[in-house]
Design a protein around this ligand. Structure first.
Ligand code: AMP
Ligand code: TRP
Length: 332
């Protein structure tokens, strides 16, 4: 069975961008692949979060993914820092990564611009740690949103370079995009993101979703209810693609073009359809929360144990190949 890996940052709450861009694939792939999903708390340190808050966020994200349907019987869900081999492999792979490559990374350039006061080396080598995450498990495919494509290309380059030097060790991991690799936010312009405040959270209460949809940008050329609209220019309509069945969506498109329906009506349908997907997630979230944090902690801990067993095997091979002892202390 092919092994896949993906990472999720423990920052903020999950939104429909994460859901459509990555999670939909996470859910499908746990059925057909050996799936490993990791909450990347080492990565989160690049922005020096408050310690208690970071611990808390890891659990919240874990709970969010379980609520959305990640099944610990089928997939491994774990906390990155429970497997310190991630950091160890990152060091080794860093020696196979050029500074020039890292300075080209768009995410680094964006983050460096956003946090001018703290452009630390961790932020710079973030993609190396990401490569280590994936290669540690010799994953063959990585389900992610489009924003991660560049990092994955680098992961493949690093794997290839290591293989060329030491002999075949790592598969070159393929990027697996969903049908919605770049979901735009409520503003209809920028990528939906927690840092841009333009998101619909997958756990947002129905009233909040309704409120957010009310302000969501539609076709700007459609100023009045009587103006005909163009669905292909409307971000709200793109969301229908993922939540609303084809026939109903065609009806809406026709209504929009003929000014038979208004944006308010169209958003009402979207709300119903979206809510039908999100309501069961909210319910399950409540159920799991009622079990207390012990449940999530237990899932993450158990996942970490399984992950570490795989990671240990890879590290033995890597350590030996690069000229370290196969195990710390020689395994004695
Ligand atoms: P993050 O929460 O930033 O770690 O993202 C988790 C996953 O969701 C990654 O695979 C991202 O590429 C994906 N993702 C995040 N935002 C979006 C978006 N607006 N559209 C599509 N995919 C996204
Ligand atoms: N960098 C990814 C993001 O910003 C998170 C991530 C860390 C990741 N390690 C990974 C994704 C490994 C895929 C594979 O969303």
């Amino acid at each position: 069975m092919k092994r896949i890996f993906s990472g999720i940052q423990p920052t903020g709450s999950l939104h429909i961008g994460n859901y459509l861009g990555a999670m939909v694939n996470f859910l499908a792939l746990q059925e057909t692949r050996e799936a490993i999903y990791c909450v990347v708390d080492y990565h989160a340190l690049t922005i020096r979060p408050d310690p208690d808050r970071l611990r808390d966020r890891v659990r919240h994200v874990g709970l969010g993914y379980l609520a959305a349907g990640i099944d610990p019987e089928k997939a491994i869900l774990f906390r990155q820092s429970d497997v310190p081999e991630h950091a160890e492999l990152a060091w080794i792979l860093g020696c196979f990564t050029q500074i020039g490559e890292l300075s080209k990374m768009t995410q680094f350039k964006d983050k460096a611009r956003q946090h001018k006061e703290n452009v630390n080396a961790g932020l710079f080598t973030y993609p190396v740690l990401q490569a280590a995450d994936i290669l540690l498990y010799k994953a063959e495919e990585v389900p992610v949103g489009e924003d991660q494509a560049q990092h994955l290309e680098l992961s493949r380059d690093i794997a290839r370079r290591f293989n060329n030097h030491y002999g075949p060790t790592f598969p070159e991991p393929a990027t697996l995009l969903s049908q919605a690799p770049r979901v735009l936010g409520l503003d209809g312009e920028q990528k939906m993101s927690k840092s841009k405040n333009n998101e619909i959270g997958i756990l947002d209460p129905p009233e909040v979703i309704q409120q957010k949809l009310r302000i969501a940008k539609t076709d700007e050329a459609r100023q009045r209810r009587t103006d005909p609209g163009e669905p292909t220019r409307c971000n709200v309509f793109t969301w229908h693609t993922f939540f609303t069945p084809d026939a109903e969506r065609e009806e809406l498109a026709k209504g929009c073009r003929e000014a038979g329906i208004g944006c308010v009506d169209c958003k009402k349908v979207l709300f119903e359809r979206m809510n039908a997907v999100l309501a069961p997630i909210r319910e399950r979230h409540e159920e799991l929360k009622a079990k207390g944090w012990e449940y999530v902690d237990q899932v993450l801990l158990e996942g970490g144990r399984k992950a570490r067993a795989i990671a240990g095997e890879t590290m033995k091979e890597v350590r030996e190949k690069v000229g370290l002892l196969p195990e710390p202390g020689g395994g004695a």
